[in-house]
Design a protein around this ligand. Sequence first.
Ligand SMILES: [Zn+2]
Length: 630
Amino acid sequence: MGLSYRDIGLKVGLEVHRQLNTSHKLFCDCPTDPIESGEKVEYVRRLREAQSELGEVDPAARFEARRARAVVYRADTGNVCLVEMDEEPPHQLNEEALRIALTFARMVGAHPVDEVHVMRKIVIDGSNTTGFQRTCIVATGGSVSIRGKEVPIQTITLEEDAARILEVREDSVVYDLSRLGVPLIEVSTAPVIESPEEALDAAASIGRLLRATQGVKRGIGSVRQDLNISISGGGLIEVKGVQELEEVPKVVEYEVRRLLHLDKVRSELKARGVRAADVLGETERDLTDLLSSSRSRLISSWVVKGGRVMGVRLPGFGGLLGGGDVRLGKELSDYAKAWTGIEGIIHSDELPGYGLTSEEVVAIRTALGAGERDGFAIAVGPERRCREALESVIERAAVATEELPEETRGAKTGGVTIYLRPRPGAARMYPETDVPPTRVTRELLERVEREMPPTLEELAADLGKRYGLSSQLAWELIDTEALEDFRKLLGTGVQPSFVASLLTETMKDLKRSGVRVELIDLQRLNDYLRLIAEGRTAKESAREVLGYLANNPNSSPLEAVQKLGLLAPRLEDVEREVEELVTRLAPKFQDKDPFGPLMGELMRLYRGKVDGAVLSRILREKLKERGVAR
Ligand SMILES: [Zn+2]
């Protein structure tokens, strides 16, 4: 890329969402950690298009209503009460959650509001049983600093987490309600971030401060980052649901690449004199008879079932639909797929292909009246779906001649994003009348002040002082969120620095080489460390043992150590072996210290089974007994 991020006017705003580790949910007394009671409920709702008080229909709401799906809710009564099922009004705002949000506000120098007012935000994808999400601003202002730059915080908000999607079917969607109502803190920055690296730094910095409140949940699914991205002359792109921190800069890079590509296509269309009206004037045509004997499996599989093949000309789009990982063709098909659910959309720049021959491509061109400079799109499926899909393609292609539209997109892995839905309009918030406002009293603020947790810097220094950890290891424990596990595992009696490096460096290494370390739970880790503490195996073989435990989730550490042949021999056997070795070899060393060579021999025999320190102690004893130690 020849242009710098500044040249293209890149502006990124971040929204970091994190689950709070409170004892109960935001508006009811259900626990925030799932509990299985065994009693299950299931019920069905149907979504309707929602109008705001002003009578406007929200574009995002219209988008969902157009798909008109039934929503199935599943719940375990251990995690869900009548509030989540929308059968009982919400209770008063959870004060514990409010205190955590105020603690964070204090850390970034934000100003708490006088009164917390709960609002309803329309969300009608079914992820809330009510059709809205409850949200309330707790504080505004403040900032985080990254590499000497202050990134202003706009709002610190508390909101309810949504239900978790379990399954999407043809005409319905299934949600699990246990997560619904878990408190989330949302921290939004001003859109002043100007590069992928800054986005990463800002997200990391906010993440660290959230952890420092000691009130957040950890692990997969507890964090979600949304990014608002724009470049000069383009609409705002909202990317939802970035889970991993490392994905944040990749998403920014991908979006920049995508927007610049679409911008280039737009210029080229303009240069070719293609206008939106030309595109909107096109209509879809039935190509089924023309292609009824095609050997393309995509086409024949539908034709057998009575499906149709339809096509539409895209005037002036020839050669502009394909490309690399970002291409207009993908935009068109993703858009059509999101609006109509159709999978089989092909564009002219990827043909011949999909089993379609060049003769068939020529025939399609002729049938659609598409010249060399024109492109086209084909849809395969039930007739009505095909027509709707191609109308969506026309709609999106027309927009491509004029602008880089505002969109809500979803994050996939590797930074890739995909069209989700239009951006919501402004008419989507209204007051929640069932929850009275909560005053942020002086007593409450004083309590927050009194209970301020130590800063992470203080925490790192304390880890160094208390357990002799290097500063790097201390920070790694903090950043990998392994601190809690570290404290628990100290009870095994193994050296703290070894426990710390096992939880951070060793785990990271194993993960990088594809080992599913998340399958090693704390209990097995604890049992394994006990084996080390008891001298039944040596810490040098930790990587091997952990790898085995990850691959064999039902295996105990003792079994793992036995299977791998890493179980230490009995101490008296080791002592006898050392004694023999000393008797046999020590006389060969007249003038030199025999310790080094003999230790080497012992390590060769017992590496990974007996701790090096133990071997060295026994060897010294035996040498001393024979009077050869110096
Ligand atoms: Zn509840």
